[in-house]
Write a new protein. Structure first.
Lengths: 116, 878
């Protein structure tokens, strides 16, 4: 396996959040609050995304061109900013997912062989 | 693609800041509402739900800040805001902005243009390979060792043979402007020829790119030519190829080589064709006949010192070999670059000095302007500081303004530099050598721009930094007024302006001296008329004109021209008057009291004249007669001499009827005419005039002088028509007025004068701006005092007088300082001026007066403002 450089602690956290957001949006376009709810749901309440991190993450992803936004009406007829995945976002999702899986494998590798 | 779109969307932040922020608020509000509803569904009361939602969210503002930080535009926002603010404030003070930008542009642009010229002429190496090895050789007489003479052919050949210090030596014939009429189809055109010896191309390390150069065997005047790339294409020879023939002056020259484009001769400049120099004519055998220009290349490893030592030994040997030339002092070696620029150096250095002065004035002006500006904004800065703005941001904002001014000034400066260079080259067309090599030098621009930048930054920041140390509270209070008017700064600014005045005075003195020089030059009595005379040159091709036909044409042509109604008289001459020495031959008196002695010998200018030369130029006949029909080719050889020659050779006694000998010819004097200046500066030369009718066997091109009643230029078409009628294939070469020709001799001085004049005016304008700035500020500062005075009944004259006194005080101080500078400059100028003492009291007084008047003018607007002060408003100000 080729030697890979893993990102820093903060980047991992950020990167993970980005990945989760992208995955969520892969299912369907959603507004910010909805994304947070969905992540919580899908992780069976294990992951609760603070909005202090969510909205900056959405800003970053939009700037990178992986997601796009537009203002729409909700079912309750309220205005909300909906985000959706762009084509390059879809590609990025694939890459980030593989990257994450490799990371997890590496960590597992260490945990699995040393200590108790 | 998506990435770029996402990136560009951020620009909305800059353009529609409020919309974007509004959306962020809305998004957050939406989130909170959804949370609140969720809590409500969980069973909390509305109040609790809202509270829980808020707590759950965390810091709303902080989140928003994080979102904002995530945007890349964040980093640009602050500087951009500063820039926009700076632009707004500059627009509110257009006078200041324009003054600052102009100052920078003129200072930087002007300096760059001048430096580029100086660098191109004085500093840049010649465009040949290893130019440091190229040298020029002159001969000199023991009698006059400082004078550089051309080299004689036998001496050149000996040096070429024997001198090992030189890899190659080449001889060029640059003594006379050699040209030929090239016939192209049915048109004839005069082209520039340069006869050179065989090693010429090797010396300059530039062989023809097509074909070849010349061999030593061809130095017998073979009809071969190497042409310039430009002529090759222009004349269509390129389509015929090498080996084709060119019809020059009626003879066929075979083209054997073509030079690369852009190649120019170092001594002569642009050349159309090179031909082999004939080194084996009769004249070329006489070692006392100096007419060749010699250039050479030092052998690698040989220093100038070593070369000179070898030359000294060689010279001694040659003196023995040619005992008939007893005044041969030997050879002198000069590095070629030095040789070419030495004449232009004084003028260029003067210009450089002038420009540096102006740059100084401009920098001082800039500093002053910015200082005043910063001081005026101290209050604003204090307020900001009190409101909590970081020092860094305040300074950043101030700097932005200076930066914008600098940028605008810099751009304007580039334009000014190009315009300035254009102007200089046009002005100095005849005075500036190597003009084709001059271009704007980017490094110089960067350097002067850096100077302006540093000045701006220092001047702009100085007061702000000072303020940063004092407490904001103090600056806001009553003390702020005192702070801005603090003694230190007021004095500094006054000193700066006084300095400007001094510099401007120095420049004015220089400009006035040069103006006086040019004026006096123009007033010099040259001994002949210059107004209303058209001149042109006619060359008669040897192929179609023999001696008889030449004499015939040069007799008929003046008559034909004189027949034109506006023409007063027509004369011809071998060399135009007052352009310097030419054909200076040793002349002996064969009869008379000093015949055979040292006093019976003089070096005299020989001129061949025809037609009504003396009448056309208004040269008076003093004794005897002028040439007429008696003086035919086969008649007794006669000559007319100038008064000073007659006096020298026949001191006191009569000159008429005496016999003289020059260049192997004997002639009898039949007339004495008035003296004529040798060069444009006035001292008369000693002339021997030969009639063309007795000289027609030498094919000298004659210059025609057509004296008209009114303007000479208008005659040109009529003249061309007459010439064409006589022979349609003749070229009217280099037409112009005699005035122009003579004035070309002053070209260096005129160049220096025009330049200094322009810069002096510039300095004056800048000083006026500087003075105005200081005075305007003072008036604003002293509003209260003025208000009090006005309230107490002071008349408008008193108040205006106050301002005026202020202005004159500063100016007077500057003038005193400037006098010192002017005296220093005077020493430097003495090499350039003509019959003018740069420290003449009249000149100094005039310059001082000009500055005082400027000061008075500069104080007009501030004085008017002072009068407009309403006493009540001024007194009730905090």
């Amino acid at each position: 396996m080729p030697r890979e450089q893993f990102p820093s602690q903060q980047d991992v956290l950020r990167g993970t959040l980005d990945l989760l957001v992208l995955k969520t949006l892969a299912l369907e376009p959603m507004h910010g609050w909805g994304i947070g709810q969905r992540i919580q749901q899908l992780s069976r309440d294990a992951l609760q995304v603070g909005q202090g991190s969510l909205y900056p993450a959405l800003q970053r992803l939009e700037q990178r061109g992986w997601i796009d936004s537009e203002w729409r009406s909700t079912e309750q007829n309220r205005r909300a900013k909906y985000y959706r995945l762009t084509p390059s976002g879809r590609r990025a999702l694939g890459e980030e997912t593989s990257s994450w899986r490799r990371y997890v494998e590496a960590v597992e590798g260490v945990l699995g062989t040393t200590g108790s | 693609m998506d990435r770029m779109k996402g990136w560009l969307k951020q620009l909305r932040v800059l353009l529609r800041k409020d919309r974007v922020e509004g959306e962020l608020d809305e998004e957050v509000a939406f989130h909170l509402r959804m949370e609140t509803e969720r809590h409500l569904r969980e069973g909390m009361s509305p109040r609790e739900a809202r509270r829980a939602a808020r707590l759950g969210f965390g810091g709303v503002e902080r989140t928003k800040e994080e979102v904002r930080d995530a945007r890349w535009v964040r980093r640009v926002e602050v500087p951009l805001a500063d820039a926009l603010y700076a632009l707004r404030t500059l627009r509110s003070r257009p006078g200041f902005a324009v003054a600052a930008i102009l100052t920078i542009a003129l200072g930087v642009g002007g300096t760059t243009a001048v430096f580029s010229v100086v660098e191109g002429v004085l500093l840049r190496p010649l465009p040949y390979e290893r130019p440091g090895q190229l040298v020029r050789l002159y001969q000199f007489d023991v009698e006059a060792p400082e004078a550089d003479l051309f080299v004689s052919a036998p001496h050149f050949k000996d040096y070429r043979e024997r001198a090992s210090s030189f890899e190659e030596l080449a001889a060029l014939y640059t003594y006379d402007e050699v040209g030929a009429d090239l016939v192209l189809g049915d048109r004839a055109e005069r082209i520039r020829l340069l006869p050179v010896s065989a090693d010429y191309f090797r010396v300059l390390r530039q062989e023809p790119i097509l074909g070849r150069g010349f061999t030593r065997a061809e130095e017998v005047g073979d009809r071969l030519a190497v042409v310039s790339d430009e002529l090759w294409r222009r004349s269509g020879l390129d389509r015929q190829g090498l080996g084709t023939g060119m019809l020059l002056d009626g003879e066929v020259f075979t083209v054997v080589g073509v030079m690369p484009a852009g190649f120019e001769d170092p001594l002569v400049g642009r050349v159309d064709a090179w031909v082999p120099q004939n080194l084996h004519t009769a004249g070329a055998e006489y070692p006392g006949n100096h007419y060749l220009s010699v250039i050479g290349r030092l052998t690698p490893g040989v220093t100038e010192e070593q070369a000179r030592r070898e030359m000294a030994a060689l010279d001694a040997a040659l003196r023995e070999k040619y005992p008939e030339v007893d005044d041969n002092g030997g050879f002198r070696l000069v590095p070629l670059q030095e040789d070419l620029v030495a004449a232009a150096r004084p003028a260029l250095l003067l210009v450089l000095g002038v420009v540096l002065l102006v740059l100084l004035v401009a920098s001082v002006n800039l500093a002053n302007l910015l200082l005043v500006r910063s001081l005026g904004r101290l209050r604003e800065v204090a307020v900001r500081s009190a409101l909590g703005a970081e020092r860094g941001r305040i300074l950043g904002q101030l700097l932005t303004e200076s930066a914008i001014l600098g940028l605008a000034g810099g751009l304007a400066g580039v334009a000014a530099a190009y315009a300035g260079l254009e102007f200089l080259l046009r002005l100095g067309r005849d005075a500036v050598p190597r003009a084709s090599e001059i271009g704007i030098d980017g490094r110089i621009f960067a350097l002067t721009a850096a100077v302006a930048l540093v000045t701006g930054v220092v001047a702009g920041l100085l007061p702000a930094l000072r303020l940063a140390r004092t407490s904001p509270l103090a600056s806001l209070g009553e003390a702020s007024r005192a702070a801005t008017a603090s003694r230190g700064y007021v004095r500094l600014r006054r000193v700066l302006v006084a300095g400007q005045v001094g510099l401007a005075l120095t420049l004015l003195v220089g400009a006035t001296s040069l103006a006086a020089s040019v004026y006096r030059l123009s007033q010099v009595d040259l001994g002949f008329r210059t107004d209303g005379i058209l001149t042109f040159e006619l060359n008669l091709p040897v192929g179609r004109y023999d001696a008889e036909r030449r004499a015939d044409l040069h007799a008929r042509m003046p008559e034909a021209l004189a027949a034109l109604p506006e023409v007063r008289a027509v004369g011809t001459t071998s060399v135009l008057p007052a352009i310097g020495t030419s054909y200076n031959w040793g002349t002996w008196a064969l009869t008379g009291p000093h015949a055979g002695t040292e006093q019976g010998f003089v070096e005299a200018e020989q001129r061949v004249v025809g037609g009504s030369y003396f009448q056309a130029l208004g040269i008076p006949l003093l004794e005897g007669r002028l040439f007429d029909s008696r003086d035919a080719q086969d008649a007794a050889p006669v000559a007319v001499v100038s008064r000073s020659l007659a006096e020298h050779l026949f001191r006191g006694g009569p000159a008429l009827g005496q016999e003289i000998q020059m260049g192997g010819i004997e002639r009898r004097i039949v007339g004495v005419v008035g003296d004529v200046a040798l060069g444009p500066e006035g001292p008369p030369g000693r002339f021997v005039y030969h009639p063309y009718s007795q000289y027609a066997n030498r094919n000298w091109a004659l210059k025609y002088l057509v004296a008209a009643e009114d303007g000479a230029e208008a005659l040109l078409p009529a003249v061309r028509a007459v010439v064409a009628e006589v022979d349609p294939q003749l070229v009217v070469h280099r037409p112009g007025t005699l005035e122009e020709v003579v004035q070309r001799g002053w070209s260096q001085r005129r160049f220096a004068f025009a330049l200094t004049g322009v810069f002096a005016l510039l300095a004056l304008a800048l000083t006026a701006i500087g003075l105005y700035g200081v005075l305007a500020f003072d008036v604003r500062q002293r509003r209260r005092e003025i208000g009090v005075r006005l309230a107490m009944g002071a008349g408008p004259a008193r108040v205006a007088g106050m301002v005026l006194r202020d202005a004159l005080g500063v100016t007077a101080a500057g003038v005193v300082v400037g006098m010192v500078g002017a005296l220093a400059l005077g020493g430097f100028l003495s090499s350039v001026v003509f019959r003018t003492d740069p420290t003449e009291p009249l000149v100094l007084a005039g310059a001082a007066a000009a500055l005082l008047v400027t000061a008075a003018v500069a104080s007009l607007v501030p004085a008017w403002h002072a009068l407009r002060v309403s006493p009540r408003a001024a007194l009730s100000e905090p």
